[in-house]
Design a protein around this ligand. Sequence first.
Ligand code: HAX
Length: 469
Amino acid sequence: MLSSTQAVKKSSVSILKQQTRLFSKNNNLLQAKSLKETFKEIYPAKAASIKQFKKEYGDVVIDQVKLSQAYGGMRGIKSLVWEGSVLDPVEGIRFRGLTIPEVTEQLPKFGAGSPCPESLLWLLLTGEKPSMEQTKLLSKELAARSELPQHTIDLLDALPKDLHPMAQFSIAVVSLESDSKFSKAYAAGVNKKEYWDHAYEDCLDLLGKLPAIGARIYSNVFHDGKLNHLKADLNADYGKNLAHLLGFENNEEFNELMRLYLTIHADHEGGNVSAHATHLVGSALSSPYLSFAAGMNGLAGPLHGRANQEVLEWLFKFRDAVKGDYSKESIEKYLWDTLNSGRVIPGYGHAVLRKTDPRYTAQREFALKHFPDYDLFKLVSAIYQIAPEVLTKQGKTKNPWPNVDSHSGVLLQYYGLTEAPFYTVLFGISRAFGVLSQLILDRAYGLAIERPKSFSTDKFKELVAKIQK
Ligand code: HAX
């Protein structure tokens, strides 16, 4: 009988052997260093430099907190460490210093022009740009980890169709906990220096399985299980595989869209709800499965990821109401009706951004290239001309410009992926690349359990009175 630690080691070894068999036919791939080998080489120096940084400058005051921030969702407080990306209010996201156009230009890609999530994962975790061989190796490694355990399949198949796809997604992810190498290693008493290794295995397993989970939900909820026979293509890249599992075959434009979609939604620094929730739950040493599921429960909220579903539903209601009248007056009236009924304009505004989201722009450029005359794209473009002015006139939002969710659904509609309640699941698959790479870093750098200070309002009143004396 194997001990838990032996069992964990054995499973990692068998994955490596499986990979070696897979790649033995391809010398280039065999010669390329894997993501794990690369990370293992570089993280100790980075961990040591963080330790030294904390030791030397730990007492430097980096921020001050106002009472309004305590009541206002902790907006802007500098108190989280997130290595993969930083969000500038005007310029937008940079992944390890690279903007979206720079990622597209500088990282290896599979298709005609869109970036791919595999090379972004490499960049987020290591800070280095992978070679094409390394990107392909990672692609194959993820595909090799794609098979779902039978109990997850049975669980998904048993769920009621009217349970929201994001709830199903979260349930399926939690069910993978039974195979958590991190949890097994922890229970077997593994040294904390090795946490990252087991977290890495869980994170890559989870990334590998997410397309199959998403596709099974899509098939069960919207297609009577008719796509359930589809199996991951072990030679396809991540975006193409996702397209294939969703039943979109031989459509390179849709494969390109999946690659773009998965890359641009992956990471948006650490303070957004899905990233922060994953990081927070992981800080208690809950496994990557439990941590990611927590993040997905947050992504499911309408002010966060579910905004992509809300946008579509709102657009359709508008289209039905105005019967083809996309004039300025008609759009303005609908925007004001929405605002006056006490609702938000979905897809507009942002907690950090103060300009058009570059992820919106990347999607707009994709639409302009492939289907400039599509009716729904024209409607989204017309709203873009008018909504910022209306929101500015209303005078409440700090950012009247569109965010990523304002555009994503239209692209999916064009290619026939019309089921809007599924859209946040796609966002979730993408978001895994950002939050799971940070989770590995959290364990490699030994980041602490989170425990900010809270006070009751009475206690805050006391505090304010004392400070004002
Ligand atoms: N329509 C109408 N009112 C809006 C608004 C919008 N799109 N955006 C903000 N406001 C309102 C807020 O509700 C708030 O009103 P109250 O003072 O009455 O509470 C006021 O303007 C100030 O808000 P803010 O400081 O500008 O924005 P927040 O940082 O509080 O919130 C949100 C940021 C993204 C949640 C907000 O802009 C919003 O609700 N937008 C619509 C929903 C949406 O698109 N969400 C997706 C955001 C991107 C994302 O996370 N994707 O996953």
